[in-house]
Design a protein. Structure first.
Length: 95
């Protein structure tokens, strides 16, 4: 896996690998549902002249040809039960 520090312990590596597997499974499910336009897509914001990447671009499902950017995040059930709203750092990553 890219970006993993060699000093990282095995438990952390396992958690990240599980997240990667789930990430791909979600993208595959979006494809099977005929919603996925592109996985791991590069996007460009003309207004701010910046380029970035999103986990997926999907059809909005409204039938008008609209598209939505998707950032896939995984979390264990203990962390999920504590969530009251999306994590600020995850929302700001997409905005």
């Amino acid at each position: 896996m890219l970006g993993i520090d060699k000093e990282m312990n095995q438990d952390t590596r396992d958690i990240l690998e599980e997240g990667t597997v789930m990430h791909r499974a979600i993208q595959n499910n979006l494809k099977k549902a005929n919603l996925l336009i592109k996985a791991e897509a590069e996007v460009f914001d003309v207004k701010h002249n910046i380029t970035g990447h999103v986990d997926a671009i999907i059809k909005d499902g409204l039938g008008g040809g609209g598209k939505r950017a998707v950032e896939i995040k995984t979390i264990n059930s203990k962390g999920f039960d504590k969530l009251m709203r999306p994590k600020r750092e995850n929302v700001s990553q997409l905005n």
